[in-house]
Structures are given as C-alpha cells and as structure tokens.
Design a protein around this ligand. Structure first.
Ligand code: ZDP
Length: 267
C-alpha cells in the first residue's frame, strides 16, 4: 500500500507521494496509470517528496505521460504546503531548475522561480537567432508569432486578439512536437487585457490541455513584457484560477497563488 495526497494549484492537479524515507519513485507505466482519470486516481502529474543534500527537501515531478520535466510552478506550491503542513514559513526546494525558495503566508504561496532563460539554444529551440522574440513560425499551415522562454522547462508563447478562437486541442500537440523544439515544448496562448492583466491558456508538454501552468504563466509575463505589451508584473487569469507574477529588478520572477489539498488515500 502506498499513501498519497491529491492536491491542486489553479486546477493543475497532482498526486503527492512522500518518499523521504525510502526515496521510492514509480516506473513511468505506473505513473501513467495513476494519472489516468478513468482507470486511476486522475492527475496532471505525480510529485515525489525526497531528501536533499543541498536544500531542505527535493522535488521530482512527472507528467501524465511519464516524462520528467525540470520544474513545475503549480506543483511546487502544492509541494511546499504539503511539506510545511499547517505552518507558514519558507522552504528551500531542490528542483531540476535549481534550488528555489518558497514562502507560505496567509494560505498563499510565493515562489522565487529564478531567472528566465532567453538564449535559444538553452531553452532549447533550434532557431538561427540568439533569442526568439516575436518570430514567425508555421504550424499546421498557419503562421504564428512566437516568443520562447525557459523557466527551467521550455515554453513557446503566442499573443492573440481573441483566445476563444484558438483551437488548443487541435494545434497544441503540433507545437509540442514541432521540429524546432528538440525537447518538445509547453505552449501558451494569451490575450492581453491591460498593462497588468491577461488571460492565458496552456498546452502542456506531456500532459496536454491543463487548467493552469505556473512556469508557463511566468514565461508568458516575461514574453508579454519583452513584446512591449505589459509591465513586469501582471495578474494572469487561467482556466483554473489566477496567478500573480512579478518580474523583479534582480531579474528573478516571483509567482504567487493558492494551493489546496483535495483528498488523501492509498493505492
Ligand atoms: O515542462 C513540462 O513538461 C510541464 N508539463 C511540466 C509541468 C509544468 C506545470 N504546468 C507548471 O505549473 O509549471 C505543472
């Protein structure tokens, strides 16, 4: 029997497993089954709590397809509350995107998501320019203006006039598997509301359409600012809730949002 807790951050939902004692990680086939919404528990990913030599605790996350991304913004908020219990406080978390500091206060979680990466080959995106900002890309017979940002994991951001006209189901995986993204990509479509507000929808690498993406929200605010569309701080409305992003002068991005336990169980 394996104990788990089911958590969600802006409707991006995760199975959390405490493996601090035995460092157990399930095989990809098992993770796919656990995440299955009909034959399993149902989640966008599985997160393991592990011991760390360089931080208070280590987080490993797996997508619903069993692949392992470097980082997860909504997941790390759930992770921090899971580890801290009812307590407020701060936590240093080892992730695939380095050691990140998370602060829990008044039920909200703020994560120092680190610095955005804009150099194309580090994202990675294969392009004949150093950075990819508002560059045209043909996907499925249509030309989109893309801006690429890594928050530890790769993101491709597109600004549109009317988000309701985007058929994410149809084009999401075409972006994810486009040949210019050697490690595939997460893809965000956003509609600007004001200099400090936008709406965003996401197609996640390895999980498909989800209700929110924390790293994607950070990447989208960076992209919006680089395109001259917003200031460096903005509220982003996602299908599953709101996130506040602040790209501070030290070049770090701070993300604030909620995280909630939904239920606990065992399998
Ligand atoms: O990079 C990836 O493969 C993502 N699917 C990882 C998960 C990111 C997430 N949506 C987030 O909130 O940052 C969970």
């Amino acid at each position: 029997m394996q104990k788990f807790e089911k958590w969600q951050g802006c409707g991006n939902d995760f199975i959390l497993i405490d493996s601090r004692a035995d460092e157990h990680i399930d095989a990809a086939e098992k993770i796919i089954k656990l995440c299955d919404r009909h034959f399993g528990i149902g989640a966008d990913g599985v997160i393991y709590v592990l011991p760390s030599k360089v931080a208070d605790v280590r987080m490993r996350i797996f997508n619903a397809d069993g692949s392992e991304p470097e980082m997860c913004g909504n997941g790390i908020r759930c992770f921090a509350k899971f580890v801290l219990g009812e307590n407020s406080g701060s936590l240093k978390v080892e992730t695939g995107a380095g050691v990140l500091t998370v602060q829990v206060e008044n039920n909200l979680v703020t994560v120092d998501m680190g610095e955005p990466i804009l150099v194309a080959e580090k994202i990675p995106v294969t392009f004949d320019k150093e950075k990819v900002i508002a560059e045209p890309l043909e996907v499925d017979g249509e030309v989109f203006k893309i801006t690429c940002v890594s928050m530890g994991n790769p993101h491709c951001v597109i600004f549109v006039d009317d988000l309701s006209k985007i058929n994410l189901e149809k084009i999401g995986s075409k972006f994810e598997n486009h040949k210019i993204f050697p490690r595939r990509t997460n893809t965000e479509f956003a509609e600007i509301i004001s200099r400090n507000e936008m709406r965003m929808r996401v197609w996640e690498r390895g999980s498909g359409i989800t209700l929110a993406c924390g790293t994607g929200t950070c990447a989208t605010v960076v992209a919006a600012n680089l395109n001259g569309l917003t200031e460096k701080s903005a509220t982003v409305h996602l299908d599953g809730g709101d996130l506040k992003i602040n790209w501070r002068n030290d070049n770090h991005i701070y993300m604030t949002g909620a995280a909630e336990k939904v239920f606990a169980g065992s399998f």
